[in-house]
Design a protein around this ligand. Structure first.
Ligand code: BGP
Length: 466
């Protein structure tokens, strides 16, 4: 298979890490706006409200809200064909449970989408990327409560109608599978466990409610505009068995189950045998209500979007059938100790396509690194060029040699934004440097790194010249 002529090259961001303007034009608070971030090893703190005198990374982020024209012009200069961003849910419904949307919030995204289209850049929109309205968490218990299904559906219907003809590619929940993989799914589901709560039961419950919400969104999106393509989005952790010992191979399968749990339901429209086995492993179950099965079956996604950063290794130990580790003697690591594994991306693409036969979209991939501004003002990020170049080569091999259909590739953070894992600015992914430090100081000035011209060349050659 040849590289598609209309392959969607671009970059990916999320409102909570990029926009800032956290209270501008009527925006309500999201879960990100009360999170302090875990800079430099200080543990993350989450508050129930904004506390005077504290620094919250999302409040200003790098202020896309007021820099969108400048940033989009730079993306256009690199030749972007698409741009992935999220709509900040509480910009549209500040509390989340209102009947009427906030017009000023809607108007902001009109301006952004119009600006993108001026350059022929296709917007790719995540409906929920760690931006659940805080009010819904505090007053409804977040996704534990089925009421959120209809609130989310109303929000989705509002933006599908408003941006009809401007946005065609959507995805529902960012990295939804992290709901099960994280010890506490705050970002994904707005959940901090209460004392005495059965963690696995809550994870299964909130996932079920998010599945129903996603299915509703797909149905509504297709009804509003049959041209809409609506995907799910997971983090894909390619995992190798540590050895060829059969128990290690089984451990690898067990390790992957919580991930396929999500794609199985959203792509196949029901809880498969893998899902029921996973629930059994977790010692819990899902309570189906009348109509749930029909909704899941009717709301399957059009494509699978995924993030890929690194691979892992699974092994069986004496006391557990499955234990995962990042250390792999064949791979080098990033400054944040993430194994660098381009072949793992090719494997991810093959595994997902083999399993679901749905088009794939690589919507996140990249290298978080500490960049140095040289005395002459330049940023020589050859390490980033090497990282991305090798991953793009692997992507091309999956398309050209393995016949996997891929819609596009958007690397994470084409401009430096806040890191979600650490709340830091110093963990940078961009082709564009932003003058901002971890204490919040800086002019927010944008500057091209060496990789800027490189990515431009990659796009111009449709991925051939890495
Ligand atoms: C993914 C998230 C992104 C992004 C990325 C990089 O899990 O979808 O929002 O931040 O990871 O992670 P980090 O920012 O921790 O380096």
């Amino acid at each position: 298979m040849e590289m598609p002529k209309k392959f969607l090259w671009g970059g990916a961001t999320a409102a909570n890490q990029y926009e800032g303007a956290y209270q501008t034009d009527g925006k309500g608070l999201s879960i990100a706006d009360v999170e302090k971030g875990a800079r430099h090893g200080v543990p993350r703190e989450i508050h129930t409200q904004v506390m005077e005198g504290n620094y919250y990374p999302s409040h200003e982020a790098v202020d896309f809200y007021h820099h969108y024209k400048e940033d989009i012009a730079l993306f256009a200069e690199m030749g972007f064909k698409c741009f992935r961003m999220s709509i900040n849910w509480p910009r549209i419904f500040p509390q989340g449970d209102e009947l009427q949307p906030n017009e000023a919030g809607l108007a902001f995204y009109d301006r952004v989408f119009d600006e993108l289209h001026r350059y022929g850049i296709e917007p790719v929109v995540t409906l929920s990327h760690y931006e659940t309205p805080l009010y819904l968490v505090q007053h409804y218990g977040s996704w534990r409560n089925r009421a959120l299904i209809d609130f989310f559906a109303r929000y989705c219907e509002t933006v599908f109608r408003r941006y009809k003809g401007k946005v065609r590619y959507w995805m529902t929940f960012n990295e939804i599978n992290e709901t099960m993989n994280q010890s506490e799914p705050y970002h994904q589901a707005g959940v901090l466990f209460a004392e005495g709560e059965e963690h696995n039961a809550v994870k299964a419950l909130v996932s079920h409610n998010m599945f129903l919400a996603s299915a509703k969104a797909v149905q509504i999106g297709h009804a509003v505009d049959p041209e809409n393509k609506i995907g799910c989005m997971i983090q894909y952790p390619t995992t190798y068995p540590r050895t060829c010992a059969p128990k290690d191979v089984l451990a690898q399968r067990f390790q992957m189950m919580p991930n396929y749990y999500y794609t199985d339901v959203m792509c196949r429209g029901h809880y498969t045998s893998l899902c029921t086995a996973q629930l059994r492993r977790m010692g819990t179950s899902v309570e189906m209500q009348p109509g749930d099965a029909e909704l899941l079956a009717a709301g399957t996604v059009d494509y699978i979007a995924f993030s890929y950063y690194f691979s892992s290794v699974a092994r069986a130990t004496e006391d557990t059938d499955c234990c995962v580790e990042r250390s792999n003697p064949y791979l080098q690591r990033t400054d944040w100790d993430w194994p660098i594994d381009p072949d793992g991306l090719r494997i991810a693409l093959n595994e997902l396509y083999d399993r679901y036969e749905l088009p794939l979209f690589v919507v996140e991939n990249g290298l978080g690194a500490i960049d140095t501004v040289e005395p002459d003002g330049s940023i020589q990020d050859d390490y980033r060029i090497r990282f991305l170049g090798s991953h793009i080569d692997a992507l091309r091999q999956a398309i050209e040699l393995d016949d996997v259909p891929v819609i596009g590739y958007t690397c994470w953070g084409p401009i430096d934004i806040i890191s979600v894992g650490t709340g830091e600015m110093r963990k940078r992914y961009g082709f564009i440097y932003v003058d901002k430090k971890d204490d919040g100081s800086g002019t927010l000035a944008r500057k091209k790194k060496k990789s800027f011209a490189w990515y431009k060349k990659v796009i111009a050659s449709n991925g051939a010249d890495t």
